[in-house]
Design a protein around this ligand. Structure first.
Ligand code: SF4
Length: 400
């Protein structure tokens, strides 16, 4: 690696490393897109040392970097593994690069050891819970068919007891989207203050989705958000709902320009336990496609930065992503708050990154429409909702 960023790549910046230390997951959600989730291989500390030694020298990484430990389930590896890993990364990053770690976890394996590690290293925690047991357990099951809600809730309680801030990501399904009040009551009773909704997506090996395929989806989702936002607005102490916050943030600005990390080359760098590297949408790691071939652009242990960057730059995928974003800019009224969507969704729904609307982005548009409808009812000083928005802007709440 010569450390030179060639012309045309000079402005490429890496803001996020998504690391898959193991593809294995201890549960087996029915909508999971990961084909390797039963594979127990893991990134050894020796391999990690070689990977981070090289990656942290990439010229696209400047003074800070976020690292998301997103497997499989990252907590199937022991807390002691991350203790060693975080110490190693801190040593390699030195004072030059500020590193912020995040776990995206199903919460079922959380223990006091994990809470101690999270507090010590100030790790951001995103917990995947799909609402109350009657919805969560429909899809988030162990391999023997048992639901994982009870274990996830134990994890949630442990985080609260340890005073660890966290946010919840909930996948809305055709079952839960019909019950906004039941969902809201659950979050309120569980003391969940930051929530993000994802819809069940067609991605990877999850080739069908009752939500995406259902004709009633738009209507149900609109009604869900309308009711959920209304309840959130009535709540005295703030509940941050990502979809609402992203709209408020776009309207009020807070000095933020809505960007699109997933369309920017090497902005998100995803690496698997063998050092294979992908970019754009993290969901592309480990996947391939009839048109694009493998979404891997090389191996960190074998290829230098310039080789990988050139492959990305010359790829059909990057050309199509740019063309798709240009079409979005020309055709879509929501471009200013979207930035051109997620390449993975365009590929898995439209079979090409050179495309625009997906059902996924239709859901995003509905979120914006409903927030705009309700925003006029926020009092002039915008009360607690603007405070919540400021929490988003200050990085104390989950990003869009
Ligand atoms: S909402 Fe959809 S169509 Fe509009 S800019 Fe985003 S990805 Fe493109």
């Amino acid at each position: 690696m010569n450390g030179e960023v060639e012309f045309g790549r000079r402005s490429w910046r890496t803001g996020l490393l998504v690391i898959q230390p193991t593809p294995f997951c201890n549960i087996n959600c029915s909508y999971c897109y990961l084909p390797q989730r039963s594979n127990k291989k893991r990134m050894s500390l020796e391999t990690a040392a070689r990977i981070f030694e090289r990656v942290l020298q990439y010229p696209s990484i400047e003074e800070s970097i976020g690292i998301v430990w997103h497997a499989g389930e990252p907590m199937v590896l022991p807390a002691s593994y991350y203790e060693e890993m975080f110490a190693l990364i801190a040593k390699l990053a030195g004072p030059r690069i500020e590193v912020g770690h995040s776990f995206q976890t199903n919460g079922t394996l959380l223990s006091q050891d994990w809470c101690d590690l999270i507090r010590k290293w100030r790790v951001n925690v995103g917990l995947s819970i799909d609402g109350p047991a009657e919805f969560h357990d429909l899809n988030r099951k162990y391999r023997n068919g048992a639901g994982s809600f009870a274990a996830a809730e134990r994890g949630l309680e442990l985080l609260k007891k340890s005073d660890i801030p966290f946010y919840v990501i909930s996948v809305l399904t055709i079952d839960s989207v019909r019950h906004p009040d039941r969902m809201f009551d659950y979050y309120e009773a569980a003391g969940i203050e930051n929530v993000c909704f994802n819809i069940e997506e067609k991605e990877g090996i999850n080739t069908s989705s009752a939500v995406v395929d259902g004709t009633q989806f738009a209507e149900l989702y609109r009604a869900f958000l309308r009711r959920f936002y209304e309840r959130a607005m009535q709540k005295k102490n703030s509940m941050v709902v990502r979809e609402f916050e992203s709209c408020l943030r776009a309207i009020h600005g807070f000095g933020h320009v809505i960007g699109n990390q997933q369309s920017a080359p090497l902005d998100i760098v995803s690496i698997d336990c063998d050092g294979n590297l992908s970019t754009f949408s993290p969901e592309l790691l480990g996947m391939d496609h009839p048109t694009y071939g493998s979404f891997s652009f090389g191996n960190v242990l074998e290829d230098d930065f310039d080789t990988i960057a050139k492959r990305v730059e010359d790829s059909r995928l990057y050309a199509d992503i740019r063309a798709g974003v240009r079409k979005c800019e020309d055709e879509c009224a929501y471009y200013g708050v979207c930035g051109g969507g997620a390449p993975a969704n365009k590929i898995y729904e439209n079979n090409s990154a050179d495309s625009t609307q997906t059902v996924y982005c239709r859901a995003h548009q509905i979120g914006i429409d409903v927030a705009l409808e309700l925003i006029e009812r926020i009092p002039p000083d915008a009360g607690h909702l603007l405070q919540a928005s400021r929490a988003v802007a200050d990085g104390r709440a989950p990003p869009i």
